[in-house]
Design a binder for this molecule. Structure first.
Ligand code: ANZ
Length: 687
């Protein structure tokens, strides 16, 4: 009887799916459609086990739906702009394009070895001109619709790499690559007006009933809708200003007010701009970074002004006004009233500057003389020491009641604030989509005229410059239009922009004129099942939701708001971690054990290895297993079976050689059983 020869079998499968063109999808209006999409990979070099799991899940679903008679769209592409290409190119003196294309070729071959049911005719790559030319048109369309603007803003600045870093690239206050302490720097940047849709993005989470709840909660927190009020505080002293506006979610704590704090960028700072002490204070604040986390963890510092602020509910109470490093300019109004007893930041600040800590909320089970001493009390309870607010229940009565009083007295107004900030998309990097903007000699900017598009990235340039390489290429920067000289924008777009609409491009991947054909997206969209890692829960998924709204804004033809109907976030592929006696990580390939307890180097059995906990496979910890080697050893069927069957797809899976072997043996048995049935069947027929 024939034995299981996986190479032969997989070859057959491959032919079945590819040659029969089951997935060469055309719109068939008589069939129900199923659009299955996995997050497309960054072509870093080779595929890893995370890809294998993600794409196998999508593959199983796509095959299942195909066999059920659906018209299935299951495409694949490459998220191919980004920093690693530029860095690798710098190190190896190679063009990022060539580096990227080589990686794509290797990874495509590997994905094909897995026998995935992908429609390769629809392959796209975001670094190709055919892709990014449409993106430049989107940018201009959004610019014309007022959804793109330029403003000066504080950014995380890496002084060594001379570039802006995203919040996620700042680790413990340092640049992820250079290790330099990140500074705050004011730069003129391009922004997408994502906050325009904040309310809509938040509300529509409710209709995404095929999304994991945890992802929706993460998005909700990120959008961060806060209910509170704006209050005008009268001020006296120098400089002469009549009012300062603050946003607060806790107006009910107004009687516990003991200072008012301003961001160093608050317009009032203009009056202090020549004061050397203020300047050095501001300089000190700039070392804090811009992330909320870094601000929260930094030591609270302040600069006292000569202003006094009055409590709107008790004009006899006046408190000092400070500039403080924990107040952000781009949240609320860049000003807060400080209530140290009920806010920890205010508490830390008050301790440092010896300000009064007046308790105005007590927990229900405590006596009226309850006093905050060691840390702020932020829990529920009853209002005390607050005249006409006394005895209100916190929070259910106290906040709305106080707002009502403030509104009646015309001292404040109800206000909803969002934590979500506009999306800064400028990157001072070469390997990205050029922003299609031109500046005249006076610095006024215009969208690049249609006939100047696409703005192509120049090739074969010197990348070993500090800062943005594009800024150094004068011949690329200069353009003439009707005898007038313009200079091109040298910033490129954040690569998250590339992945914010790729799901639309898959519907019409070869359309040269348009990013997508309306009929095609009306048929295929939304994606029925999107599959990817939970690490993209906020940024990529939120940006894509925004992009869909931005495309549909002022465009009656587009009726799709949510790009992903169903979302599935798969668990990680994990492996034990190994270290040698010098504390260096060691790859599982180099390790062996005879008794499952003691581990040694394969090459040197006297050299002991210590075993650490199983963690998500990562290059940095070297606990990776190469999919290609596994396919070579056990066949794609067995690898796919193991990665899906060992634990539910939403849970982490622990990679183990014994588990892999068991999957292989199972496939052997399954094969021989089917062979037996086939032989018996043939015998029956002969009889
Ligand atoms: C007074 C107060 C008393 C506050 C109290 C809290 C507790 P969320 O919920 O995140 O919206 N705040 C307002 N603007 C700020 C800014 N630009 N930078 C830093 N902090 C700011 O937080 C709202 C609270 O954050 C506001 O309510 C304000 O402090 C502070 F016992 O006002 B609160």
């Amino acid at each position: 009887m024939e034995r299981y020869n996986f190479k032969k079998i997989e070859d057959k499968w491959q032919k079945f799916w590819e040659v029969n063109k089951v997935f060469k999808t055309k719109i068939d209006q008589n069939k129900q459609k199923f659009y299955c999409l996995e997050m497309f990979p960054y072509p870093s070099g080779k595929i890893h086990m995370g890809h294998v799991r993600n794409y196998t899940i999508g593959d199983v679903l796509s095959r299942f739906k195909t066999l059920k008679g659906f018209n299935v769209l299951h495409p694949m592409g490459w998220d191919s702009f980004g920093m690693p290409a530029e860095n690798a190119a710098k190190q190896n003196n190679q063009d990022p394009k060539i580096w990227t294309e080589n990686n794509i070729a290797v990874m495509k071959k590997q994905l094909k070895q897995l026998g995935l049911s992908i429609d390769w005719d629809r392959e796209i790559s975001t670094c190709s001109e055919e892709y990014y030319k449409h993106q430049q048109k989107f940018f201009i369309e959004m610019f014309n619709k007022g959804l793109v603007y330029k403003k000066e803003n504080y950014v995380n600045w890496d002084p060594v790499d001379e570039t802006v870093l995203a919040n996620e690239q700042v680790i413990d206050g340092k640049g992820w690559r250079s290790g330099a302490i990140v500074e705050r720097k004011k730069l003129s940047q391009w922004f997408f007006d994502i906050s325009k849709f904040a309310d809509d993005l938040q509300n529509d989470l409710n209709i995404l009933d095929e999304w994991p709840n945890k992802v929706k909660v993460m998005q909700q927190n990120w959008i961060g809708k806060s209910f509170g009020c704006e209050i005008d505080f009268e001020v006296e002293g120098e400089p002469k200003i009549s009012k300062i506006k603050c946003f607060t979610t806790r107006p009910d704590t107004l009687f516990g007010f003991s200072f008012l704090a301003l961001s160093v960028d608050h317009p009032i700072s203009e009056f202090y701009k020549n004061d050397p002490e203020f300047k050095s204070f501001k300089e000190k604040c700039s070392k804090t970074g811009t992330t909320e986390e870094s601000i929260a963890n930094a030591e609270k510092i302040g600069f006292k002004t000569n202003l006094l602020a009055k409590n709107p509910l008790d004009k006899n109470q006046t408190v000092p006004v400070y500039f403080a490093n924990f107040v952000l300019m781009d949240y609320g109004f860049g000003a807060v009233f400080g209530c140290p007893a009920h806010d920890q930041r205010d508490f830390d600040f008050a301790k440092k500057y010896n300000l009064e800590i007046k308790t105005v909320v007590k927990p229900k089970d405590k006596l009226d003389n309850f006093k905050v001493t060691n840390e702020a009390y932020t829990g529920p309870g009853i209002i005390i020491n607050s005249e006409f607010l006394n005895n209100l229940k916190v929070p259910e009565e106290s906040i709305t009641e106080t707002i009502k009083i403030l509104e009646d007295k015309k001292l404040g107004n109800k206000k909803i604030n969002f934590r979500l900030k506009d999306w800064g998309v400028s990157r001072q990097r070469y390997w990205g989509c050029p922003i299609p903007i031109l500046y005249d000699e006076k610095g006024n900017y215009i969208a690049a005229p249609e006939k100047h598009l696409p703005i192509k990235l120049p090739e074969n340039i010197n990348l070993n410059t500090k800062g943005n390489p594009l800024a150094n290429i004068d011949e690329w920067k200069k353009v003439e239009i009707n005898g007038k000289t313009y200079s091109r924008e040298t910033d490129t777009l954040d690569t998250f922009v590339d992945s914010s609409w790729y799901f639309l491009r898959f519907c019409s991947p070869t359309n040269e004129e348009k990013p997508f054909d309306l009929d095609e997206i009306n048929y295929w969209m939304p994606v029925d099942q999107y599959i990817g890692g939970v690490e993209h829960a906020i940024l990529h998924l939120l940006y894509s939701r925004f992009f869909m709204r931005a495309i549909g804004y002022k465009n009656k033809d587009i009726n799709i708001k949510e790009p992903f109907k169903g979302l599935f976030t798969q668990g990680m592929v994990c492996h034990e971690t190994y270290k040698d006696n010098k504390n260096n990580w060691v790859n599982p390939d180099e390790v062996e054990t005879k008794d499952g307890k003691n581990f040694f180097f394969k090459s040197d059995e006297s050299n002991k290895i210590s075993v650490g906990p199983s963690e998500s496979m990562s290059k940095s910890k070297k606990n990776t297993v190469d999919p290609e080697k596994m396919i070579e050893l056990y066949g794609a069927d067995a690898v796919r079976l193991f990665i899906l069957s060992d634990s539910p797809p939403e849970k982490d899976v622990q990679w183990s050689d014994t588990g892999m072997m068991a999957a292989y043996k199972f496939i052997q048995k399954l094969f021989s059983l089917s062979e037996k049935i086939r032989v018996i069947g043939n015998d029956e027929k002969k009889r």
